[in-house]
Design a protein around this ligand. Sequence first.
Ligand code: AMP
Length: 299
Amino acid sequence: MSVLVVGSTALDSIKTPYRENPRLLGGSASHAAVAASFFGPVKLVGIVGDDFPRPYRQLYLRHRIDISGLQTARGKTFHWSGEYEVNMNNRRTLATELGVFEAFTPTLPPSHRDASFVLLANIAPSLQHHVLDQVRRPRFVVADTMDLWLNVALKELLRLLPRVDAFVLNDSEARQLTQEDNVISAVRRIHRLGPKYVIVKKGEHGAILSAPSGFFLSPAYPLERLVDPTGAGDSFVGGLIGYLASRSGPLEVNLRRAMIYGSAVASFCCQGFGLTVTTKTTRTGIEKRVRELARMVSF
Ligand code: AMP
């Protein structure tokens, strides 16, 4: 089954202690859509300006991503720039230029409205609502977010939570949302806000899935050298929903495996700037890391 991914489609300028790379293909939807594409068909909805480089459009197409829902408007593509500290965990946003994103309304082409698996990647919660208003009867809806929306659009975000099956956020966002220091207590509170499944990303320490059957802990694939972690969270959730949409059988069993697939895809993302390594990855490479992860957690 195909996956509908809606989110930001951006140009990212990324600075690490070792290198600087301007105007890479980025955005939550780009990372998530490429990650999901290893498992099956993907439809991407976003917006770019008339400065969006043609090779980036071709990159989507090479991954067989349906971009009929990618709008092009006059003006500048959303541009985000960020800088990492030496430990590569702490990141500072240097600039966010909304460009064409400012007037974005994610209108779904008719062929996208029957999507079964929907990923509301990181964008303003009001836009995530707008997408859900258009899809007819989705089987599984996952929403991602970021601290910005907790600060400026909390009401809309809280209204979104009862509408989604799974809510994905990182540990600091879970603490901020619930005012709980303990992540497990935070997860319990988030369930009460609506979602049946809560997934907390903990960067290099993996991710936690909380489901009706209990917790599932997924490790991050251990990497010795991180080049650029931008988009790792988006790749994780893209890989997760891509795998999920490709499987039949009990959802919760598949969701556990999907967490491991998400970790495996995210690890490739961290090994290069932007999408450079993810895009060279193959399903065989992903399967190899999934087997290694399985060995690492078996006892
Ligand atoms: P992550 O590293 O998973 O937090 O995701 C980084 C991606 O989020 C980058 O590719 C950015 O283009 C994108 N991004 C940054 N700020 C925003 C924003 N305000 N809305 C949507 N996407 C954003």
